[in-house]
Design a protein around this ligand. Structure first.
Ligand code: NAD
Length: 474
């Protein structure tokens, strides 16, 4: 066996590294080199059953331990993750392709910061509330199936594991097949902090088999899923027969409205960088840039200049802004949409379908101008480095275009002032809106409306997804 391979031979179930009932393996490919960099086991339905039973058995004692002990475990995990930041960042860069400096800051430091915000949440959840002749309690919902995508793999894992731990739930976790290695690293850390057996169980495998079994199982009380709207619908159907709670964090086609009075250069540069980050594989990417007709030419000039600064190449080189797409499949999907945009009559301002590098699943940063919001490239989630620039005449029209989408995950407004942008932000149908380049906040509720989902993650709102409210009348 190649010593450079990062391979895991066993699943993590019931507090032990456990051999799968099957003997199939999942190949992990570095999208920058196209080489196999490791293997993980592919779980079977029997493994899913074993993991769910382990979580079920662990539930009564875990949900009954004190809030302060749950906090202590979360604190220990924070410390453990802090000590392994570089290894986690390198692992994610190798399996996903995001440049290492971004992997470190966004894919690792960010989730650690998010996990840290959960240290105090168990105590908050323990507080009883009185209302009239009732006492209201927060009870752990139970056994959770947590299913994650590949684009911000550790961030998604922590966004589910942290509130589940805080609420006193037990869990079976499934990372995406493309990026499982960081989840195995995390499982090693969870093992090291001595979390009671069965609270956290790690399973791998394809969505339609292993994932579906996790959603259908009658002993599972909640499914939290982050991924495509397509899979989210299948998951909700699979979970429906046993009436479990399903929290869905799905796709997006988010707008950025730039007003006439805004600092156009700053706003356009921000918008271009936002879309190209992680090669456009960000669920909240601001892929529709809505700009006033009056400054259209200026916008196009700044967009071209901004894209010239997007360096593309080896994700281990800290000079690079963009690495490859996560997989050959993702690259082909994105190239298909670029061809579609050309066919639909949008103007290719920059980028296109040519291979920018001989090796690796690279796609050039691509910008379409003269896009009409009814075009396929403006309505469907491309999940690649493709920005659509859409002109508007009035702010009311801009708001209508922003809301004319099956999605409602995120949005942004860049205005002359915070006040102007805030007025517009309130009219956009999205779970979160960013004003004048504001930062992500790990304590604010994160989630979508419409076909972007129904769940909320992070902060106390994220924890409440894992809670059943119980009232006792006296
Ligand atoms: P995907 O839906 O193909 O897969 C996501 C996960 O679901 C994987 O673990 C997969 O194995 C599993 N899965 C797939 N089909 C399943 C099924 N029928 N039953 C159970 N599990 C199943 O998505 P992806 O390609 O990994 O991720 C990209 C998508 O995720 C994009 O649409 C993106 O917008 C979305 N996303 C949303 C958010 C958010 O917070 N809203 C965050 C990140 C990514």
């Amino acid at each position: 066996m190649d010593n450079n391979l990062i391979s895991y031979e066993q699943l993590y179930i019931n507090g032990n590294w456990t051999s799968s009932h099957g003997n199939r393996k999942i190949e992990v490919i570095n999208p920058a080199t196209e080489e196999v960099i490791g293997f993980v086991p592919e779980a079977t339905i029997e493994d899913v059953e074993y993991a769910i039973q382990a979580a079920k058995i662990a539930l009564p004692s875990w949900s009954a331990i004190s809030a302060s002990l749950r906090s202590t475990y979360i604190k220990r995990l924070v410390e453990e993750m802090k000590s392994q930041q570089d290894l986690m960042a390198l692992t994610i860069t190798k399996e996903l392709g995001m440049p290492l400096h971004f992997s470190h800051d966004i894919q690792v430091v960010g989730p650690i910061e998010g996990l840290e915000t959960y240290i105090d949440i168990p105590q908050q959840l323990e507080e009883e509330k009185n209302n009239g002749n009732s006492i209201i309690y927060n009870e752990a919902i139970g056994v959770c199936s947590l299913i994650c995508p590949w684009n911000y793999p550790l961030h998604q894992l922590i966004g589910k594991i942290a509130p589940a731990l805080a609420a006193g739930c037990t869990m079976v976790v499934k990372p995406a097949c493309e990026t499982p290695l960081n989840a195995f690293l995390l499982a090693k850390m969870i093992d090291k902090i001595g979390l009671p057996a069965g609270v956290f169980n790690l399973i791998t495998g394809p969505g339609p088999t292993v994932g579906e079994a996790m959603c259908k199982h009658p002993d599972v009380d909640l499914v939290s899923f982050t991924g495509s709207t397509r899979a989210g619908i299948q998951i909700a159907k699979a979970a429906a027969n046993t009436v479990k709670r399903v929290c869905q964090e799905l796709g997006g086609k988010s707008p950025l409205i730039i007003t006439e009075e805004a600092d156009i250069e700053a706003a356009v540069t921000f918008g271009v960088q936002d879309v190209m980050l992680n090669s456009g594989q960000t669920c909240t990417a601001l892929t529709r840039m809505l700009v006033p007709v009056s400054c259209y030419e200026e916008v196009l000039l700044h967009a071209k200049n901004a894209v010239k600064e997007i360096t593309l190449g080896d994700p281990l080189d800290t000079q690079n802004f963009m690495g490859p797409m996560s997989s050959q499949k993702q690259k082909e999907i994105v190239l298909g949409y670029i061809k579609k945009g050309i066919e639909e009559g949008a103007t290719l301002l920059t980028g296109g379908t040519d291979n920018p590098l001989a090796k690796g699943f690279y796609v050039s940063p691509t910008i379409f101008s003269d896009v009409n919001n009814s075009m396929v490239i403006a309505q469907e989630e491309i999940f690649g480095p493709v920005l659509c620039i859409i002109p508007y005449e009035t702010l009311d029209e801009a708001i209508n275009i922003a809301n004319d989408s099956p999605f409602g995950l995120s949005a942004a407004v860049w205005g002359e002032s915070q006040q102007q942008a805030l007025t517009i932000a309130k009219k956009i149908k999205a779970g979160q809106v960013y004003v004048n380049g504001a930062d992500f906040n790990y304590q604010a509720p994160f989630g979508g409306v419409k076909q972007s989902g129904n769940g909320r993650e992070w902060g106390i709102a994220g924890a409440m997804e894992y809670i059943e409210l119980k009232s006792i009348q006296l």
